[in-house]
Design a protein around this ligand. Structure first.
Ligand SMILES: [Ca+2]
Ligand SMILES: [Ca+2]
Ligand SMILES: [Ca+2]
Ligand SMILES: [Ca+2]
Length: 382
């Protein structure tokens, strides 16, 4: 079993910067830790929905997107497209976006799957559309839009925002540097992205108002990409060093950036998919091609029933107990939840909320009639 030698972060001086351009301390320490890995009977992934994709090689255009539902059923997301990848859930597990090549137009497009119905949101745009991610309120999708530029004989890549309802697209950036892999902050005010100069990516934070950039992480000669936000934490992937291109998953929590316990200088760990607290699904080459793994906060185990001899990447997770509006905890938001919540607000003695947080649609930490109004509106709009 690989993984007996691990790299851990201790606090020593090094050469990268975090916001606002202040050098931050980090270094690596080699420790032996077989206990981190478990061959069999590893921890179970908590109940929820999981999206991921799998391909033989990127240039074969053979990527398939998969959705695993809480009952363990796995289905392939298919339609009039090929090479589907990078699935991202919206406000509910019934809604997710992904990128794929439109079969007819032979063009990268952004797709929406809503309760099983799949729509191409950028059909025949004439652009290359990739890396979609939902905003926290589920109303917009941020993505990368590229156009061919004759003067530089290359694609020029910018960030774009798509209104899910009207499908109107607003460009957010307009410059020759490539912005890619956008991801909204939890409050929806910022967009993190990878920004490339001379082929090396830095992690940037784009302020939607005013539209300005800040560099969050940049290290000389070291590629950093794939930012993912979970609450107050920002995860991203970066090379181990300028000479060692093994991917590491980094966690930026406040001003501190640390490597995760399972990172290694011998193989790649990337595509952080936070589950809860320190728990995450990720992709790694620790056993050859990319497979999906689950870190439960103590141990790493392979999600072996999902892994194949292709490359499993791009996981996104939606927890069973975090469906907005689902107060009776049956995994879906329906009229039954509104009836129960209404009874609870009227102090009916038999009304018990299984998961009160799911009713706090205003997000103010208390439950009242304002939440009920929003719940009704949300269900009506579904
Ligand atoms: Ca650009
Ligand atoms: Ca694999
Ligand atoms: Ca429910
Ligand atoms: Ca509330």
């Amino acid at each position: 079993m690989v993984g007996s030698v691990l790299k851990r972060i201790i606090s020593l001086a090094a050469a990268f910067t975090v916001l606002p351009g202040v050098p931050i301390a980090y270094s690596v320490e080699t420790v032996s830790d077989d206990a981190l890995y478990e061959e069999l009977g590893g921890a179970e992934l908590p109940e929820g929905w999981l999206l991921w994709h799998s391909y033989n090689s990127y240039i074969d255009l053979d990527s398939q997107l998969y959705l695993r539902t809480p009952d363990g059923t796995v289905r392939t997301v298919s339609g009039d497209f090929i090479h589907a990848m990078n699935g991202s859930f919206g406000r509910s597990p019934e809604q997710f976006t992904f990128m794929a090549i439109d079969r007819t137009a032979d063009e990268w497009d952004i797709y929406l799957s809503d309760r099983g119905e799949i729509t191409n949101l950028t059909q025949n745009s004439g652009f290359r559309n990739e890396d979609p991610k939902f905003s926290p309120d589920g109303r917009t999708i941020v993505f990368k839009r590229s156009r061919w530029n004759e003067s530089v004989s290359d694609f020029v890549c910018d960030l774009a925002l798509l209104d899910v309802k009207t499908r109107e697209v607003t460009m957010l950036t307009d410059d020759f540097a490539e912005e890619a892999m956008p991801y909204f902050s939890a409050d929806g005010k910022y967009i993190y992205c990878a920004r490339y100069t001379q082929g090396i990516g830095s992690i940037c934070r784009f302020d939607l108002s005013p539209q300005t950039y800040e560099t969050i992480f940049s290290e000389n000669g070291v590629n950093a990409y794939y930012p993912v936000v979970c609450g107050d934490k920002l995860y991203f992937t970066k090379w181990f060093s300028a000479d060692n291109h093994c991917d590491q998953i980094m966690c930026c929590d406040g001003g501190e950036i640390t490597s995760v316990p399972f990172d290694s200088d011998k193989y790649d760990c990337s595509d952080a998919c936070p589950v809860d607290g320190r728990k995450m699904v990720f992709s790694s080459t620790m056993n050859g091609d990319y497979d999906l793994y689950y870190y439960d906060g103590c141990q790493v185990s392979s999600l072996s029933e999902l892994n194949t001899d292709k490359n499993e990447l791009g996981a996104d997770y939606f927890a069973f107990d975090s469906v907005i509006g689902d107060v009776n905890a049956d995994g879906e938001f329906s009229i039954a939840d509104i009836v129960l919540f209404q009874k609870w607000l009227l102090a009916s003695p038999d009304a018990k909320l299984e998961n009160w947080r799911n009713a706090d649609l205003c997000g103010d930490g208390k439950l009242n009639v304002f939440d009920l109004c929003l719940m009704k509106r949300e269900l009506f709009e579904k």
